[in-house]
Design a protein around this ligand. Structure first.
Ligand SMILES: Cc1cc2nc3c(=O)[nH]c(=O)nc-3n(C[C@H](O)[C@H](O)[C@H](O)COP(=O)(O)OP(=O)(O)OC[C@H]3O[C@@H](n4cnc5c(N)ncnc54)[C@H](O)[C@@H]3O)c2cc1C
Length: 458
């Protein structure tokens, strides 16, 4: 057998994590190759264009929650442009008793809102004085009820968690799922007090970039993926591959795969994996079963994403980010994003582009619905929720994800430890992706840079 080509680093996956890692390796002049079974870069990021609509079938919006995501756009100047959402994005609706209510953004609105009970509004005044939790595995529900009250859990945190994780606050553990929130209590003894103190702290140049604004890329998120792919060097990417297998060989790794009916192999000093935990067993057959089980027990929320395009919008005024639907409301959709309000040129003038999420960790049955059943549910729900006199979208797309969002629940600590143990045992192997370090796009850019730095600094 021929000796395979040697490369410094092999990246598995060309989603945002793999692309970010590739970008920083390229900047450092490190020799690398990227493999992906998809036929194009971006992973779940996929923007499509049809009949005057520009729509996403994966993530729709990110939050500028790390300096690394801003840095990427800065490095990609001339290839793609950061688009922050219109000011209207600040208005967010929550459904209560079948009515959309704006989530209050100031003190007066907070006093008046019908979303929370009077008792909990008073109780909130005592939040800075409540003692801090001692159980690191307290669930998000327990934490929020303890500090803020049931109605804040039901009509603020529950819909927020549906929007971010398609998840369940009864299961998610703040220490892993919302570490910033968890640390506010642990470090400052209070969410409110901690947030105020953090606001007043002097920020580094990198921290100043973290605006927490809603973002996309001009023309859609795929433009970010394509720009990273182009800048990192298209020739370093191999798409539509299958049967990927990694085996340690001395201090290196032998990676083999199939493409276009042929088997290929390379030897690499480093392997960066950026796929889901469910991919590990097949791609890394040498990993011990007992270790694997501690990683592959990670649960993922299934999501059915529906995109609706209307060339003449006749429903309610789309004057905000969108609306989230608390689980208490018992509806068949999780939320609606007003994409044509947020970003430019997503729908024809006078038209509208909506993205609707269904399913999630609490409503698994939705993923079993046929297209016809999804259409029926959407027609019923959206006509009512968006006050549409008649339901006649020109664009109707359904995209299903079996492994959309990993749920950082109680087993996460053991998962993180096990990953570290494996990385110690096999120096050169780095297991990334959204099974650790956060699920949002800003987290992915941050992890991609960190993975690249680990390789560069070795
Ligand atoms: C429906 C949906 C909506 C979302 N909404 C938001 C949002 O609004 N805001 C936000 O910030 N985040 C959102 N997210 C989360 C965010 O999009 C993801 O966490 C992020 O894009 C994942 O990037 P990644 O590179 O880690 O993984 P992926 O995008 O999943 O990329 C991994 C790549 O690795 C490849 N791969 C894996 N294993 C193998 C293998 N063995 N062989 C070959 N190729 C392999 C896959 O083909 C894939 O292309 C959403 C996710 C989904 C699914």
């Amino acid at each position: 057998m021929n000796t395979p080509e040697s490369i410094h680093t092999l990246i598995i996956g060309s989603g945002l994590t793999g692309l970010s890692a590739a970008h920083y390796l390229n900047k450092a002049g490190v020799d690398f190759m990227v493999l992906d079974r998809n036929s194009q870069p971006g992973g779940v990021i996929q923007t499509q264009t049809e009949d005057g609509f520009v729509y996403e079938v994966g993530p729709n919006t990110g939050v500028v929650g790390s300096s690394e995501i801003v840095e990427l756009f800065e490095d990609l100047q001339g290839l793609c442009e950061l688009e922050t959402a219109s000011e209207k994005a600040q208005k967010r609706y929550i459904l209560k008793n079948g009515q959309w209510e704006p989530l209050p953004s100031g003190i007066m609105a907070g006093v008046k809102t019908p979303l929370f009970t009077l008792k909990d509004k008073f109780r909130l005044l005592g939040e800075p004085f409540r003692s801090k939790g001692k159980n690191p595995h307290e669930t998000l529900s327990q934490l929020v009820k303890r500090r803020m009250g049931q109605s804040f859990l039901d009509y603020a945190i529950d819909p927020f968690i549906i929007g971010v994780y398609a998840g369940d606050p009864d299961i998610l553990i703040p220490k892993y799922a919302l570490p910033k929130l968890y640390n506010l209590e642990q470090d400052y003894g209070s969410f409110i007090g901690g947030a105020i103190k953090k606001q007043m702290q002097k920020k580094t140049e990198a921290e100043k970039k973290i605006t927490r604004k809603v973002f996309s890329a001009k023309g859609g998120l795929s433009n970010l993926a394509r720009a990273l792919y182009t800048k990192a060097g298209k020739e370093k990417f191999r798409f539509s591959i299958s049967d990927l297998s990694v085996q340690p060989e001395g201090e290196n790794f032998r990676i083999s795969w199939s493409a276009e009916g042929k088997t290929h192999a390379v030897l690499a000093n480093h392997v960066i994996f950026t796929g889901g935990s469910f991919e590990l067993k097949e791609s890394f057959p040498f990993l011990e079963k007992t270790d694997l089980e501690k990683i592959t027990n990670l649960k993922y929320a299934k999501i059915t994403e529906v995109t609706l395009g209307f060339s003449h919008w006749k429903g309610m005024e789309l004057d905000g980010f969108g609306g989230l639907i608390p689980s208490r409301e018992k509806r068949d959709v999780l939320g609606v994003l007003f994409m044509s309000t947020l970003f430019e040129n997503r729908a024809p003038e006078k038209g509208a582009l909506l993205t609707i999420f269904m399913g999630g960790i609490r409503n698994k049955k939705i993923s079993e619905l046929t297209d016809e059943q999804v259409k029926e549910v959407i027609k019923r729900e959206i006509s009512d929720l968006m006050q549409l006199p008649d339901f006649n979208p020109e664009l109707f797309k359904i995209t299903r994800y079996q492994h959309a969002i990993p749920q950082y629940e109680a087993s996460s600590g053991v998962r993180f430890e096990t990953i570290e143990k494996i990385e110690k045992k096999y120096p050169g192997l780095l297991l990334g992706g959204n099974m650790r370090d956060g699920i949002g796009m800003a987290d992915r850019a941050k992890q991609g840079k960190m993975l690249a730095e680990q390789v560069i600094n070795k």
